[in-house]
Design a protein around this ligand. Structure first.
Ligand SMILES: Cc1cc2nc3c(=O)[nH]c(=O)nc-3n(C[C@H](O)[C@H](O)[C@H](O)COP(=O)(O)O)c2cc1C
Length: 357
């Protein structure tokens, strides 16, 4: 039975599913796409530098922007200086976040020198950070960690116990080492060991690609909730699918029309937000999302060779319009599905013409 709720002290997370923080991906626009599709209990910001926040660097503060309809929402911070982390956490609380999370997972060279998974090699410093941040905020405090620095130094259980003693109230575990990066398989037995070692909630993360994987993770580890990262970018419907699967035993796949609406809607939101890096985000998101689209390689190529955000949108529209027409012509699609795809094709065509100008 999948847990309907995860409680981090008095914060109710329903259902017990979380969107993993992903730098460059889980900005406010993407998070709202996930919220809109439903089934996700808690969303989180991308990791945010505590040093940047305390210097009030405009670029860093942008990572902490969220809309009211994103609640419940956690902010994730990274850093290695206890006082700076405490000040940043207090700011996060003032900004109205429901929870603050400490990043102990980032493997990037630039980050491990000043936090992230680098802290898994210095547990004394980590203890000081836990104590300082705990003293600075009243909102629930969680951590998200890898299993350790390398195979010879798996410290997840030790860190979990330490965190619990310091007043941390929930632990997400991505059971790969820093040296593994994203290679190999997540070792879910580490999640099970952490769950056995502490009383606070444990959130399992790593390699959930379908609702059946979430069910298996829960059964194999006893974790209290699941967190999903990369699959949310290839299949943003995953949370809704899990909700449906756990209620009925089956789940729907998005139609081609759903995929078109999501991609063009997301891209139009990026353009409307006037983000300086909108085209980069579009190209990055396309790399993930188009894997679920028929002839996705072609669409990826179209997006990658575009020179402006408007041109990207134009090409997305033309791609789906062409796909819908091809299917209509070969008679592979019948009934209401065909009508809705034809509707989609003409809508996409109109939009393409509009952008061509
Ligand atoms: C592009 C990308 C960016 C990420 N950024 C963060 C981050 O900012 N903070 C963090 O704790 N983990 C980050 N992660 C790790 C994910 O949150 C997650 O732990 C990892 O991808 C494993 O989960 P998954 O198999 O469901 O993707 C990132 C992962 C990816 C692929």
């Amino acid at each position: 039975m999948f847990p309907a709720e995860l409680k981090i002290r008095n914060l109710s997370i329903r259902p017990a599913t979380l969107l993993a923080p992903m730098a460059g991906v889980t900005d406010t626009i993407f998070r709202r796409v996930i919220r809109g599709l439903g089934g996700c209990g808690l969303i989180m910001t991308e990791f945010t530098s505590a040093e940047g926040v305390t210097r009030s660097a405009a670029k860093t503060l942008r990572y902490l922007y969220y809309d009211e309809d994103e609640h419940p929402i956690a902010a994730q911070l990274f850093g290695a200086n206890p006082e700076v982390m405490a000040t940043a956490a207090a700011l996060v609380e003032d900004l109205g976040f429901d929870q603050v999370d400490i990043n102990l997972g980032c493997p990037a060279k630039k980050v491990v020198k000043c936090g992230g998974s680098g802290l898994l090699k210095d547990l004394q410093q980590l203890g000081r950070i836990f104590d300082a941040v705990r003293a600075a905020v009243k909102i629930p405090l969680t951590i998200k960690m890898r299993s350790g620095w390398d195979e010879a130094n798996i410290v997840a259980v030790e860190v979990a116990r330490m965190a619990e003693q310091s007043g941390v109230e929930g632990i997400a575990v991505h059971p790969r080492t820093r040296m593994q990066g994203y290679s190999g398989q997540a070792d879910w037995t580490v999640i099970a060991r952490v769950k056995q070692a502490v009383k606070i909630p444990v959130i399992g993360n790593g390699d959930i690609r379908a609702p059946e994987d979430a069910e298996r993770m829960l059964a194999e580890t006893g974790c209290d909730a699941v967190m999903i990262g990369r699959t949310a970018a290839t299949n943003p419907w995953i949370f809704r699918q899990m909700e449906q699967y756990f209620a009925t035993g089956h789940y729907d796949q998005p139609s081609e029309a759903d995929r078109y609406r999501l991609l063009s809607g997301y891209f139009r939101s990026l353009i409307a937000a006037e983000l300086p890096d909108a085209i980069g985000k579009m190209k990055q998101f396309s790399c993930w999302f188009t894997h679920g689209v028929r002839n996705g390689g072609e669409l990826r190529h179209e997006v990658h060779s575009a020179r402006s955000p408007a041109e990207v949108l134009d090409r997305v529209d033309a791609f789906f319009a062409g796909a819908a027409e091809a299917r209509g012509a070969c008679g592979a699609c019948t009934g209401p599905g065909l009508r809705s795809l034809y509707g989609l094709a003409s809508l996409a065509k109109k939009r393409a013409e509009h952008f061509r100008g």
